[in-house]
Structure formats: structure tokens, C-alpha cells
Ligand binder design. Structure first.
Ligand SMILES: [Zn+2]
Length: 311
């Protein structure tokens, strides 16, 4: 099984509202981020937070487990209803806080708690009894979704109407939609899925067996495929992005962790990413370029098929 995989994605998304994270009155506004171009000039454009991308990776995993073919992969009650364990979370957080469940048991019970991490603050009453917050870092890491430099982005506010049979209760509201060519990078620390951090010495450092680990890694990888198809927003019922994947670069290593890739928001990200990777890294690419020294795939599915076959 490989130990670490990174993803660099460049995709066109037309008329999306993936970044409507700021609400003011009846206007849901688009999230604008400031950043610099390659000459250091300040720019502003719609962007989508890495928290949002992480959330939709998690949603993809849930979808594949609950409605797909990974039914043997466990989800805890909190993560099943989309409330990952957080302080004061009634679904599972309290159970963990009150029962003092171990990290190993939290891992065994749930692939999301295992791979996306959690943070449980001890209640104040017990904080003085030698207790500290229970925390597990995420094995899945995401950048923001950012516009590719040198290409224009566009956004437009549209007035919608909540339909009612009584014209007096019709309620107009505004939503913004954006279009652009975007990039994001992500890393999946495969080797630490199932790993109990404090168990590094001794017998197996893993809380689950090899087969169960493999199933979890496959779900986490397949969830990226859903994300690449534009399943990364809350408005999918009426605003599926007009997506058009342009380039995907994936690198995996069977020997150890990898550096994060150079972002496809920059023009020379492929050669820089190749130049950054250590020996014994396998690099796969799908897209219009023909980079030297890496394996070019005919379809995006070819990339996922190879990754899953190496798990
Ligand atoms: Zn969970």
C-alpha cells in the first residue's frame, strides 16, 4: 500500500455558488479573497475555502458508504448525520466526553473521525482532573479553491423569488453566481489512517486491521472523484456547476510522506512539482500538457483505477 498521495486539480466551473458563505439580510454574497499574481500585484476574486472543500470530501465519503458499495466501512452516529464530533455535539461528542472513549475506539468506530480528525474540549468541570482536550489531526488536507492566475473570473448577482400562492408573501432574494478556472491542491496521509498516535511503539500502531484500512483508504480516494465532478456545494439542487476538468496531477509514494504540490494556479506548476518530489515518487497526469518523465493517462478514471489498485 502506498503511504501518501497528493492531488493538484485545475478545473473550469461556470455559474456556481460554491462560495456563498457570507449572508447579509436577504443577500447571500459571494466570498471574495485577496491574493497576489506572479508579479506580486494584488488581486481580488471569488474563492472557496479549504474548510468547504474538506467538508465536501467528507460528504463524498459518507455518500459512498451509506449509498454506495463501501457499506462495511463504519460511520459514527455524529458523522452519519453530518455533525462530526465537536464540543457540545449531542450526537456523539457527549458520548465521547462522558465515556472517555479512547482514540483507538474512536478510530475503530468511524472512518470520518479517523481520517478527518476531531476536537473534543473537555467540559470545564473535568478539565482540572488531569484531562486535556482530545484531538486528532486530519489525514485529509485541502487548500482553498483559487482562480488560476492570468485568467478572468466573473460573478453576477441574480434575484430569485420564493414562490407562494399569495403574491403578498413572495419574497425576492439575491444570490451571486461566479465563473472561472480554478485550482486546488490536496494531500491524503494514507499511512496515518487507522494509526493511533500514541501507539507508535509496541505491536501494531494501528487500531484496525489491514483490510479495514484498505477499504477506508479506497473510500477516501474515491471521494475525490466526486469532488472533481463539482459535488462541492450546498446548492446542488439548483446550481450544479458547469464543470470542465482541465488538468489533474497526482503523485503517490510507497516509501514516505510527500511534499505538497505546487498549485495549478501558477503557470509552471507541473515542472516545479516534478522538481520538488523525492525519488521513488510515482507521478500521474491527465490533461492537455505532455510533461516529461511522468505517466500521462488517457482518462481521469485511469488515475483513480491505478490509485485504488495500489491500495
Ligand atoms: Zn465520526
Amino acid at each position: 500500500m502506498f503511504k501518501f498521495v497528493i492531488f493538484s486539480v485545475k478545473t473550469q466551473l461556470n455559474v456556481h455558488d460554491l462560495n456563498n458563505e457570507a449572508v447579509a439580510g436577504n443577500v447571500t454574497d459571494i466570498r471574495i479573497m485577496e491574493f497576489l499574481d506572479e508579479d506580486g500585484k494584488r488581486l481580488e476574486a471569488p474563492a472557496v475555502s479549504g474548510r468547504m472543500l474538506k467538508h465536501w470530501h467528507l460528504e463524498g465519503m459518507k455518500h459512498l458508504i451509506v449509498n454506495g458499495s463501501y457499506t462495511s466501512v463504519p460511520l459514527c452516529a455524529g458523522c452519519k448525520v453530518g455533525e462530526p464530533i465537536r464540543p457540545g455535539n449531542i450526537a456523539n461528542g457527549n458520548l465521547l466526553q462522558n465515556s472517555g472513549i479512547s482514540e483507538a475506539d474512536a478510530i475503530k468506530n468511524c472512518v470520518v473521525c479517523d481520517s478527518h480528525g476531531y476536537l473534543i474540549a473537555k467540559p470545564e468541570a473535568t478539565a482540572g482532573e488531569g484531562g486535556i482536550s482530545a484531538r486528532r489531526t486530519s489525514r485529509a488536507m485541502f487548500s482553498w479553491l483559487m482562480p488560476v492566475l492570468g485568467i478572468d473570473t466573473a460573478s453576477k448577482q441574480v434575484i430569485h423569488n420564493r414562490v407562494s400562492s399569495d403574491p403578498k408573501t413572495m419574497m425576492p432574494f439575491n444570490k451571486s453566481y461566479a465563473s472561472g478556472i480554478y485550482a486546488f491542491v490536496s494531500a491524503l496521509d494514507v499511512d496515518r489512517i487507522g494509526l493511533v498516535e500514541l501507539n507508535l511503539v509496541g505491536t501494531s500502531p494501528y487500531a484496525i486491521n489491514d483490510n479495514d484500512r484498505k477499504e477506508r483508504v479506497k473510500v477516501a480516494i474515491e471521494a475525490y472523484r466526486l469532488m472533481l465532478s463539482g459535488q462541492i456545494g450546498a446548492s446542488l439542487s439548483h446550481a450544479i456547476p458547469h464543470q470542465n476538468p482541465l488538468e489533474i496531477l497526482v503523485a503517490y509514494s510507497e516509501t514516505g510522506p510527500l511534499p505538497f504540490p505546487v498549485s495549478p494556479m501558477y503557470s509552471d506548476y507541473i515542472s516545479k512539482t516534478i522538481g520538488l518530489m523525492p525519488k521513488n515518487t510515482t507521478i500521474l497526469y491527465w490533461g492537455t500538457e505532455s510533461p516529461q518523465g511522468i505517466t500521462k493517462k488517457n482518462t481521469i478514471d485511469d488515475i483513480f483505477t491505478e490509485l485504488v489498485s495500489k491500495v
